[in-house]
Design a protein around this ligand. Structure first.
Ligand code: 5GP
Ligand code: MG
Ligand code: MG
Length: 187
């Protein structure tokens, strides 16, 4: 599938699975005492950012040995399809209040970090008990923006990647691995 379009595999399906297990173990350890011990209101809330984080979110939630509740937000950042501007609009907001809740934002990739920075300010204003971020991928530019990211899967080179939720013009999200696109796709 898409064989001619993929120039190289950056993260294999196995590497994704192993990394998720590793992060899930860390997260479970960190939240064991604060989450899931006092009823449903104490469950960890995962907030997935649509659409890119969907694959990571569903695999991650299933790998986590503590109870979680799944929420989704959709935001659009004004800009081209391959870079963001930091001007963000909420397309779909959370279905419930997160005040007093332990919240973990689940991201596919942090590039400039502009989208995430905006989102963190927005979520923080809702007064959660705690607010952290887990991202599967992070690019070098992300370190320039002041968003503390607690859990990072892979630090990757500054290349445009697709697969495992990440798209180019809405394609390739369904690839089970992460790869770079062949130049012919952009042509
Ligand atoms: P940032 O605001 O951190 O620059 O970018 C955040 C969003 O840009 C990501 O959630 C993702 O949708 C998109 N993005 C950034 N880098 C890539 C990439 O290499 N591939 C794809 N498909 N999307 C990317
Ligand atoms: Mg994202
Ligand atoms: Mg996209």
């Amino acid at each position: 599938m898409y064989d001619d379009d993929i120039a190289s595999v950056m993260v294999t399906e196995d590497q994704v699975r192993e990394k998720i297990a590793e992060i899930a173990a860390k997260v479970a350890e960190d939240y064991r005492d604060s989450c899931g011990t006092g009823g449903p209101q104490t469950d960890l809330v995962l907030i997935g950012v649509l659409k890119g984080a969907v694959m990571f979110m569903t695999d991650f939630a299933r790998a986590l040995p503590i109870p979680t509740q799944l929420e989704f937000m959709a935001v659009s950042s004004y800009g081209s399809s391959t870079s963001s501007s930091g001007v963000v609009r909420i397309l779909k907001d959370l279905d419930r209040d997160i005040a007093g809740r332990h919240v973990l934002v689940v991201e596919d990739i942090i590039d400039s970090g502009l989208t995430l920075s905006w989102l963190m300010n927005n979520l923080d204003a809702r007064r959660p008990a705690s607010l952290e971020v887990v991202t599967l991928l992070r690019k070098p530019d992300a370190v320039k923006v002041e968003v503390p990211v607690r859990y990072v899967g892979f630090d990757i080179p500054n290349e445009f990647v697709v697969g495992y939720g990440l798209d180019y013009a809405e394609r390739y999200r369904d690839l089970p691995y992460i790869g770079t696109l062949s130049p012919t796709v952009y042509a």
